[in-house]
Design a protein around this ligand. Structure first.
Ligand code: BDP
Length: 518
């Protein structure tokens, strides 16, 4: 069981720095930066389903997409994570309706100019296909219901069908997406505030629980605005009891795409996320509930070409995932999908197209591009997410650079072996000497690399690129030379990351997914 309070204190302890060592040092360490891992200091467990993707709800309007028959897509999901979480929601969740049978028509709907002209039907077939996809991939689902244009009755009917059809693959239901933006999206009149939101949300929740007595609910599924999140959490805890299973928030590091501030450099040194972390860890700890970032990406409004689709975004995603895990988040869902789906969520345009001066087939931030017909492609960010996912299901342990670093980041975890993810987000090659304080019989590194930080193709994790159907051969990993005091030397090229596996035992090291210790 995860002890959040203990975990938070321990992770704060990690921020402490030690005085730089002054003892005489051999030549290799003149340039090498020490990284000390303490496997005896656990700081929290990372859930097996930490990694996730997020798609627009209207994706279910194409029932063959999330389907067992879409084997290439399923292959990519499995390669990304054997136990990931698929969140369905986004702005388009407000423009869907459940259609239990063909004779059920769309609700009457008069769209504002920036809203989709039609509501998208979600059919039982789409839900059965989704279940098949989840079973085939080993993934589970976070399902968003329509609060914006829906009714409590329709939401309850949909919730019942989703709960029955998805069965154990359903993590929880959510109601509404980013309700604190409803005025801007012309879903509610001026004056809509947390009180108005809560009154509606609880009307929906009560209707759902009446139809689904064991309903699992989470929320508020909006940017971690302290007032909205705090009020939601307090009231939901009081009124929903065990029906409330998690608290959720969203985060975009940059935006909009045209902003000159939306750069790779700023992405790699993003600290704004600390505000979200502060809100969610505080509210989550008070409620004693898991908290998850259910929608996240590098740049809002569909991503920015040359930033969201580069090696830089991969390094950002790997770091963000582990940073959140180290601060007690249960997981993270990276948003994506085709240009069509994301345009529908943004009033009909993909602002990154103006930056790229072309029309894209996919959103710029999507981890998976393409279609079944044209073939899928894992974008660079996918490789960064994969790297972070290799730490899922392990116990995070203390690690630190005795000297403060701006461009080097590291996270360590213990399972049968010791793993470390090391990132160099700077432009200089760095050498890192890694020590456990005990002998290491073997050490290897699996690298995440690309030609340049703005490379959009050729980004690799391990020996090969990820294939269109998820095929991936990591290769044996690169042995790390032994240096003084049982330390291992890792050379980190500029803007690269590495998964290091250290084996304190005698057996050979095989990089890959780790197991939670018994
Ligand atoms: C989020 C919405 C999502 C959008 C995304 C974006 O939930 O539907 O696609 O912003 O701006 O706030 O890219």
């Amino acid at each position: 069981m995860f002890h959040r309070r203990h975990f938070l204190l321990s992770s704060l302890g990690l921020l402490a720095t030690l005085a730089p060592t002054t003892a005489a040092t051999p030549r290799w360490s003149d340039a090498a930066t020490a990284l000390d891992i303490d496997p005896a200091r656990p700081i929290g467990t990372i859930p097996a389903n930490m990694m996730g993707l997020s798609y627009e709800s209207t994706q279910l309007g194409e029932p063959d997409f999330f389907s067992e028959a879409n084997t290439d897509l399923a292959g990519l999901f499995k390669t990304l994570s054997p136990r990931g979480s698929l969140r369905l929601g986004g702005n388009t969740s407000e423009f869907t309706y459940f259609q239990p049978e063909g004779s059920v028509g769309a609700p009457v709907w008069s769209p504002a100019p920036t809203q989709p002209g039609e509501l998208t039907p979600i059919t039982p077939r789409a839900l059965h296909n989704l279940r098949g996809f989840l079973d085939a991939t080993g993934w589970t689902c976070i399902y968003g219901l329509n609060l914006g244009t829906g009714t409590p009755e329709r939401a309850a009917q949909e919730a019942r069908a989703v709960t029955q059809i998805l069965g154990p693959t359903l993590d929880y239901l959510q109601i509404g997406n980013e309700a604190n933006n409803y005025i801007r999206y012309r879903l509610r009149p001026a004056g809509w505030d947390p009180s108005a939101y809560l009154a509606e949300w609880f009307t929906f929740a009560r209707a759902i629980i009446a139809q689904v007595p064991d309903a699992k609910l989470a929320g508020p599924d909006l940017y971690a605005d302290r007032a909205w999140v705090t009020r939601f959490a307090e009231r939901a805890q009081r009124e929903l009891g065990s029906h409330l299973v998690a608290l959720t928030d969203h985060y975009y590091a940059e935006g909009p795409p045209a902003s000159p501030q939306a750069t790779i450099e700023n992405l790699l040194h993003d600290t704004q996320v600390d505000d979200s972390i502060a809100v969610m860890s505080e509210v989550g700890a008070a409620a004693r509930l898991p908290y998850r970032m259910t929608e996240v990406n590098s740049c809002y409004q569909g991503g920015k070409p040359g930033v969201s689709d580069t090696l830089g975004s991969a390094l950002w995603a790997a770091n963000l995932t582990l940073r959140l895990a180290a601060r007690g988040f249960a997981g993270v869902n990276f948003h994506g999908g085709s240009a069509r789906q994301i345009k529908a969520s943004l009033g009909g345009t993909l602002p990154g197209d103006a930056v790229a001066k072309t029309g894209a087939a996919d959103s710029y931030y999507t981890p998976i591009a393409g279609t079944a017909a044209t073939g899928y492609r894992a974008r660079p960010i996918f490789a960064g997410m994969m790297l972070a996912d290799r730490m899922a299901g392990t116990t995070l342990v203390a690690s630190r650079f005795p000297a403060p670093q701006t461009d080097l980041l590291a996270y360590a975890a213990a399972s049968e072996r010791i793993h470390a993810v090391v990132l160099n987000v700077g432009q200089e090659t760095r050498t890192v000497s890694i020590g456990l304080g005990t002998p290491v019989s073997s050490a290897t590194a699996l690298r995440l690399t690309g030609a340049r930080v703005d490379a959009t193709t050729g980004v690799r994790f391990g020996a090969t690129e990820i294939g269109a159907n998820g095929d991936w051969s990591p290769g044996p990993g690169e042995p790390l030379p032994r240096v003084r005091d049982e330390r291992r030397l890792l050379t980190m090229p500029p803007t690269s990351a590495a998964l290091v596996t250290l084996d304190p035992g005698a057996s050979a090291t095989r990089p890959g997914r780790t197991q939670t210790p018994a």
